[in-house]
Design a protein around this ligand. Structure first.
Ligand code: DPP
Ligand code: ZN
Length: 876
């Protein structure tokens, strides 16, 4: 496998201005006839070769301007078709024979439960036809699809339907034309038997758009939430970003077998069923929210990704980081802003920081890769979105919007780079962002070390801030980054007014208790004057930058922040820090019994204040095992078994200390109205369910309450919380009976069955490995379906640490075996599944056995590039 470098980028020698495709779909094969209207680029020499990508294609015909090509005019290999001796422009015609029915990689054209569908991003189009399969080749498409009329009543592709007709032999045809030039990765085709839900949207300029969701007939009743989310996204993008939809029709198709969550193909979005279908019995509250944000995300790509696309795959964050920022803002506007911030910060700190510190660490704009599919990562997506958010913070909403307008205007119809995005922001704001751009090229999580000094006589408080980014593979020297550090200072009676030494107070800000310090040097001091008392610093408010902060808080200070700071992120974070230090003590001294009185007071403060119940629920939850392992490995090695026991002990202590509180919270927030996935209910349920979880901890009565709760639930959220709690606390017989009950109720609902698999994979009591192995043989499992693999194997490896890290290595072996099978069948899923093993260096006990499993895999014959890249980097 070959490494590809950003520095070696070369513009293509030929463009394709117009692409005509004719698909003939059959059960045992398909034919793809292509007519590529090519044109040599100005920079290319007269003798330049036209390089077309193509994989797993059988060549049936090849002609240039109507004449069959002689065999010495082209060269055909496993990956390319290269044609030489071409005129400056012309039409190249090919016919490829392909086998969608046996395509298990779920890239290119494949069949899912009989349905023909495509996934082309990043490099799947080359499995459909020969084409310069790179995003800087943008073409308009004219697509004819022929198929059996009864098997495939729906025939869809991008753009507008321009013709449909009957064909002999019970076949029929649809012709689609997409007037917007697009890269091949946005091509889509769907053919099958689907039912529709339709609605309309009137755009800001009064154009009427048909909105169509296509699903299997049995799922027709699960589309309303997605349709609603779509309409809200369309309106929001007009209002917040001035972006209007540009075609007369927009489709969403739901597909069961899908590697990603969803795909933004022009006017024909294809969704994993798990990210579009919603019903109270099969979708959790979090699932409803996820569907809303993914529908929005894919829709927003119509501008940030489709109208303006990426020049090359190193620029993936250009569209993904920006679009995640857009969908996060959308979710914040639809629900609670601080809740969304807390949840995004949790993902960053738990998962992205770990990626940044691991062997696959890479910058938001990677400089090299072997397999691009491995770079659809938390770094490119979530950290990329944080980088865009920092731009938004530095520029302010108005200039940011001006920059975004300029970007879309300047680059409409083009394939561009992250630099072009930042240039538009610079030109619109007049700010120089050249230092800021290091965020795109430098990997690793910066760490801010903050110390303070109080001069009581002068009333001057000084914060000394130093920054350091640890070395990452291939990048040993790091430069200082531009970090917006949002902060305040907390006094006895609330947040203090801030005057930075030598600066007049900001006249524009009505509230001068909040500042954004620009940290852009290795070491800096910020002096605040005129203060009446020694303050407690409230740092990184709203998670204003994706960094770690090291400030030596006392517990008293953390308690003050939890109880009284203005910023909900800081309040949440401070309580987390109190819990983390309690957990660390418990790990060091397992028999410690008493709860730290300051932690007790902090929990009390949160329970008794009137906060958004959803945020309150997040505050009262224990830090996750994954987060604790990440923290531990940052300063040493993680002991997952110790973490697990410490969490159990702290849960028990909190459960006992606050038993009455939990009962009160449960009684007052328990939702009795019929289920609705609306913010108010979701927040209340979250808080009631946290309370229930504590009530059932080590308490028989609590466990029977949970069991009753399970049976009386009218929704999946409550049912799952109850089920997990009973499995953790209850006797095995009760747990088994609920598992059986769940199966009996929902065995025909494949999305509910995914949760059923996960709950069992995550269950830490009993022999998890034997249970997972047995479930792999169960009819509810399907070893080819990515959702099932993630639900069972992914859940086991990522959310059942004590069994995954069993001392004999049986957990590692189980994961290794699955990866081994998937390496051939579906390399994308195989390499993604490997992630937990790549973190071997974080653990003292398992490291050797984890490495051994990686080594075993690396010796397998015919490793896919996807798996090869992850293995070789992990073992380097
Ligand atoms: N479908 C994936 C996403 O929207 C890749 N573009 O992020
Ligand atoms: Zn995306």
């Amino acid at each position: 496998p070959k490494t590809i470098f950003l520095s070696e980028y070369k513009a293509p020698d030929y463009g394709i201005s117009y692409t005509e495709l004719h698909f003939e779909l059959f059960d045992d094969h398909s034919l793809v006839h292509a007519r590529l209207h090519f044109k040599r680029s100005d920079h290319a020499s007269d003798t330049a070769t036209l390089v077309l990508n193509g994989q797993e294609l059988e060549l049936q015909a090849l002609a240039l301007d109507g004449e069959t090509l002689a065999s010495d005019d082209y060269e055909l290999s496993d990956d390319f078709l290269c044609v030489s001796g071409l005129p400056a422009s012309g039409v190249l015609e090919t016919t490829a024979r392909i086998y969608p029915q046996s395509n298990t990689s779920l890239e290119g054209l494949y069949r899912s439960r009989g349905l023909f569908c495509t996934q082309c991003e990043a490099e799947g189009f080359r499995k459909i036809t020969w084409f310069p399969d790179r995003p800087d080749v943008m073409s308009t498409y004219h697509v004819t699809v022929d198929a059996d009329a009864r098997q495939c009543p729906e025939l869809l592709s991008n753009g507008n339907l321009v013709q449909s007709m009957e064909l002999p032999g019970d076949r029929h045809r649809a012709v689609w034309d997409d007037p917007f030039p697009k890269p091949s990765y946005l091509f889509a085709l769907v053919a099958g038997n689907l039912s529709r839900v339709e609605d309309t949207f009137i755009t800001m300029n009064g154009r009427k758009v048909r909105l169509i969701i296509l699903v299997e007939e049995k799922d027709l009743d699960k589309c309303a939430h997605a349709m609603d989310s779509l309409k809200r996204s369309m309106r929001w993008d007009e209002e917040r970003f001035g972006r209007e939809y540009d075609l007369d029709v927009f489709h969403i198709v739901a597909v069961d077998d899908f590697n990603m969550g969803a795909m933004e193909n022009k006017s024909l979005n294809i969704f994993n069923t798990s990210c579009v279908l919603a019903a109270p019995d099969t979708t959790t509250d979090a699932g409803y929210q996820r569907i809303e944000s993914i529908v929005a995300h894919e829709y927003f790509h119509n501008w940030s990704g489709n109208r303006v696309t990426c020049r090359d795959w190193f620029q993936l964050s250009l569209k993904e980081g920006f679009t995640v920022f857009r969908d996060a803002e959308f979710s914040a506007d639809m629900g609670s802003r601080s809740l969304k911030r807390v949840e995004d910060a949790m993902v960053m700190r738990t998962l992205q920081f770990a990626e940044d510190a691991g062997p696959m660490s890479h910058p938001v704009r990677p400089a090299s890769f072997i397999e691009i599919s491995n770079f659809y990562t938390l770094t490119v997506y979530e950290k990329g979105a944080e980088v865009v958010r920092m731009l938004h913070t530095l520029l302010g909403e108005e200039d940011f919007r001006r920059g975004s307008d300029l970007y879309f205007d300047r680059h409409d119809g083009q394939a561009v780079t992250c630099d072009d995005f930042v240039s538009a922001m610079e030109d619109a704001s007049g700010k120089n962002l050249s230092d800021f751009k290091r965020w795109y090229s430098q990997a690793g999580t910066p760490e801010l070390t903050i110390r303070d000094d109080w001069d009581a006589e002068q009333g001057v408080y000084t914060l000394s801030v130093s920054q350091e980014t640890p070395a990452t593979p291939g990048q040993s020297d790091k430069e200082a980054l531009v970090i917006p550090l949002a902060m305040g200072l907390l006094g006895e009676a609330g947040n203090l007014r801030l005057t930075l030494d030598g600066e007049a107070p900001d006249p524009e800000s009505a509230d001068n208790t909040h500042r954004i310090l620009i940290v852009d040097k290795p070491e800096q001091e910020f002096r605040f004057s005129g203060l009446p008392e020694c303050p407690t610093p409230s740092l990184l408010r709203g998670f204003s930058a994706p960094v770690r902060v090291d400030y030596p808080y006392t517990r008293e200070q953390l308690l003050a922040l939890v109880s009284r700071d203005d910023d909900e992120f800081v309040r949440w974070d401070s309580l987390q820090q109190l819990m983390v230090s309690a957990l660390q003590e418990l790990q060091a001294e397992p028999h410690r019994v008493s709860l730290d009185p300051l932690l007790e007071e902090a929990v009390n403060a949160i329970c008794s204040q009137s906060l958004d119940p959803a945020v309150q629920a997040d505050m009262l939850r224990l830090p996750s095992e994954t987060y604790l392992a990440e923290l531990a490995s940052h300063s040493g090695k993680a002991d997952v078994h110790g973490i697990f026991r410490a969490r159990q002990a702290l849960r028990q202590a909190l459960a006992e200390t606050f038993r009455e509180r939990w009962q009160q919270l449960f009684d007052s927030y328990r939702v009795t109205a019929p289920y609705a996935a609306i913010g108010e209910q979701i927040g209340a349920r979250a808080l009631a369910n946290v309370a229930l979880d504590y009530l059932a901890t080590g308490d028989e009565q609590g466990v029977s309450l949970a069991a009753q709760y399970y049976f009386s639930a009218d929704n999946l959220t409550n049912r799952l919380v109850a089920l997990r709690t009973v499995l953790r606390e209850g006797d095995a017989a009760l747990g088994d009976s609920l598992i059986d009950d769940f199966y009996a109720r929902f065995k025909d609902e494949t999305l509910a069955m995914n949760h059923w698999l996960s709950v069992q994979a995550e269950n830490t009591s009993g022999d998890s490995i034997a249970r997972v192995r047995a479930l792999m043989e169960h009819p509810a499992y399907d070893s080819r379906n990515p959702n099932k693999i993630r639900a069972l194997i992914g859940a086991f490896a990522n959310a059942n640490a004590v069994h995954f890290h069993k001392h004999d290595g049986a957990g590692y072996r189980l994961l290794g075996e699955v990866v081994e099978t998937l390496n051939e069948q579906n390399p994308q899923i195989a390499s993604r599944l490997l992630t937990p093993l790549t973190r071997w260096n974080n653990y003292a006990q398992g490291a050797t056995l984890m490495r051994a499993e990686l080594e075993r895999l690396s010796e397998l014959p015919s490793l896919s590039p996807d798996v090869y890249e992850v293995l070789s980097k992990s073992l380097a």
